[in-house]
Design a protein around this ligand. Structure first.
Ligand code: GLU
Length: 481
């Protein structure tokens, strides 16, 4: 069998959304699994809706997810995507070939006329199809003048078309549903179906893996392969993604842009893992390394029914990834998130990398996102912290403040300021005062963090250092907290 070649073909009319990213991922996994080739093709033949900005954000999102592609024109020393807008001549050449062979014809029907006929058909309860009135014209433009003409495919009307979809199984289409559809508009721009087929042919695609919202385009595309006399690739149409209410996933279900997940503190590995499982499975396994995904992925295991996007599960999975991530990678990711919580750039610059890693290690256990990790650990850095005044008032009563005061002076006298020396000091003090350890630890936690929940307080205190601890506690004692 010839080498597998697949493509991801986004239209640059917005950001890369969750559904598009999953299509890209399934193409990527399929290609990597069989050691095939992935091509990236930007389908920008609609000048009104396509923007360079969208192309850039789509490429950024693919790079963030770690989905690389193998072929394309060289752009600035790296492999760029193909852009349909740069390939117009190729579509025009193929249209000419079809015209010359009598398989396509010029159509000069004006858009207003077509619209009027469409409306009339609808009013008469007939499905609106082009009536073929320009068929006779064929390849002849005499008398058209400067008006311009579209090019239509001459579609044979008998029989059915069947594809063996790799996800849905056999799908049958009736040719009578097809009409002579447009290949090139009168301005020379190709239609979506035409550009896709010409490119899939020229790029040697063996498989077309895309969302099943494209199933309805498939018979037209097959009619085109037939007209061009070319073999038809394998199709795999992936079911849509639905929101928790089972309506098609949209903005009203929350963020659908992949890069929004980056901004919300998700790790690319977690998003990839989540998207891979959204419609595909390998037994009950939930967490996969990238190697495992590549090894196990197959289109046969892609479900036939739509998958439901579950933001809670994605968040859970992200937490699992945060827990497993080495602290040096975490700190690299966390820097902008710490800054966003108000940690000053100078401090991040001044702090030793090992210190930052210890912070990440201490807080990574509970955080589901980098945003959460950054905000829960914000208090170990310098500067004022936000305090929950009700909590402060409740936990830091007069009695608790007196305990803070006593311990503060004892802390100062410690020969070394470590989690162990602090814990034994607190334990000794608790026994002496007939209290539980928590009665002393909790006021410290609240004084230092402003909250009642934090990782174990002694390692946190060690990380903050004696001076920062004193300063923070004094703030509350002096009533500034
Ligand atoms: N450009 C189309 C889209 O963004 C995809 C076309 C295809 O995969 O055939 O939906």
């Amino acid at each position: 069998m010839s080498k597998v070649r697949v493509r991801f073909a986004p239209s640059p009319t917005g950001y890369l959304h969750v559904g598009g990213a999953r299509t890209a991922l399934y193409n990527w996994l399929f290609a990597r699994h069989v050691n095939g080739v992935l091509v990236l093709r930007i389908e920008d033949t609609d000048p009104e809706r396509s923007t360079d900005e969208s192309t850039t954000t789509i490429l950024d999102a693919l790079r963030w997810l770690g989905l690389d592609w193998d072929e394309g024109p060289e752009v600035g020393g790296s492999v760029g995507p193909y852009r349909q807008a740069e390939r117009l001549k190729l579509y025009q050449e193929h249209a000419r070939k079809l015209l010359n062979e009598g398989k396509a014809y010029y159509c000069i029907c004006a858009p207003e006329e077509l619209e009027a006929r469409r409306k009339a058909a609808l009013a008469a309860g007939i499905s609106p199809k082009y009536d073929g009135r320009c068929r006779e014209r064929g390849n002849d433009l005499t008398g058209v003048g400067g008006k311009g003409a579209a090019v239509r495919l001459l579609v044979r009307e008998e029989g059915g078309i069947e594809i063996a979809d790799l996800v849905h199984g056999p799908i049958r289409f009736d040719r009578t549903d097809l009409d002579d559809f447009i290949l090139l508009r009168s301005d020379g721009m190709p239609t979506y179906n035409f550009a896709v087929v010409v490119d899939d042919v020229l790029m040697g695609m063996t498989h077309v893996i895309r969302g099943d919202d494209h199933i309805s385009n498939t018979p037209r595309q097959i009619a085109l392969y037939e007209a061009l006399g070319l073999s038809i690739p394998c199709f795999a149409h992936i079911p849509m993604i639905l929101g928790p209410d089972r309506a098609r996933l949209s903005k009203r279900h929350g963020a659908t842009s992949v890069l929004a997940y980056q901004q919300m503190g998700y790790l690319p590995e977690a998003v990839v893992n989540y998207l891979a499982r959204l419609g595909w499975s390998h037994g009950d396994q939930e967490i996969f390394t990238q190697e495992e995904l590549v090894k196990y992925f197959s289109l046969e295991k892609v479900g036939k029914t739509p998958a439901v996007f579950d933001p809670v599960k994605l968040e859970w999975l992200n937490g699992q990834y945060i827990k497993r991530t080495a602290p040096d990678r975490l700190t690299a990711w966390l820097r902008p998130f710490w800054e966003a919580t108000g940690v000053r750039q100078e401090e991040l610059f001044r702090r030793d990398e090992m210190w930052l890693q210890k912070v990440a290690l201490l807080f990574q256990e509970r955080a589901r996102t980098l945003t959460e990790l950054a905000s829960s650990s914000r208090f170990v850095f310098d500067g004022k912290i936000e305090r929950d005044t009700a909590v402060t008032r409740k936990v830091l009563s007069g009695e608790a403040k007196a305990r803070l005061r006593v311990l503060l002076s004892e802390i100062e006298a410690l020969p070394t300021f470590t989690a162990e020396t602090l814990e034994s000091l607190f334990r000794m003090k608790a026994t002496a005062l007939g209290l539980k350890l928590v009665d002393l630890a909790q006021p410290f936690r609240v004084a230092l963090s402003g909250k009642t929940v934090s990782p174990p307080i002694f390692p946190v205190m060690e990380l903050m250092g004696v001076e920062a601890v004193q300063r923070r506690v004094e703030e509350v004692l002096e009533g500034e907290g």
